[in-house]
Design a protein around this ligand. Structure first.
Ligand code: RB5
Length: 146
């Protein structure tokens, strides 16, 4: 079972809390770092706070949400060691684990419905990294010079 950090901006409070409960029901430990109100806030703050918990090893995986899933994914990927993909379907969510060893998943609460979001989470959490040729490629993902 994994220790999973969750965060979002104001656009995804209800869905994030529902996902935290779902993750807990699966036997994982959900570390929900908020926010808890729908007051307008800034997705980079929350995405990077969660990403630091994964990068430091305090959590195994992370799930992020904002309106589209895109902004918070971009912010998380600026934290060294983070591989976060924004997914709107379960196939992609499984493949970012299997092929990219993604350690964070981003979902757009204004893009996907609640049922689809749970299926996306299930695919992400239920898939292992395949390693092999994919490990060679993941190892090549490094900050690039201009
Ligand atoms: C907030 O209105 C919205 O811009 C944010 O949730 C997200 O969609 C950004 O990528």
């Amino acid at each position: 079972m994994a220790r999973i950090v969750l965060s979002s901006d104001h656009a995804a409070i209800d869905l994030r809390q529902a996902i935290a409960a779902h993750v807990t029901s699966l036997g994982h430990t959900a570390v929900d770092i908020g926010p808890t109100t729908t007051e307008s806030t800034h997705y980079p703050l929350h995405g990077q706070a969660a990403a630091r918990q994964v990068a430091s090893g305090d959590c195994d995986l992370g799930i992020l949400l904002c309106g589209t899933g895109q902004g918070i994914m971009m912010a998380a990927n600026k934290v060294p060691g983070i591989r976060c993909g924004a997914c709107s379907d379960p196939v992609s969510a499984g493949l970012i684990r299997a092929h990219n060893d993604a350690n964070m998943l981003a979902i757009g609460a204004r893009i996907v419905g609640d049922v689809a979001a749970m299926a996306i989470v299930d695919a992400f959490l239920g898939t292992e990294f395949e390693g092999g040729r994919h490990a060679t490629r993941v190892d090549m993902i490094e900050p690039a010079d201009l």
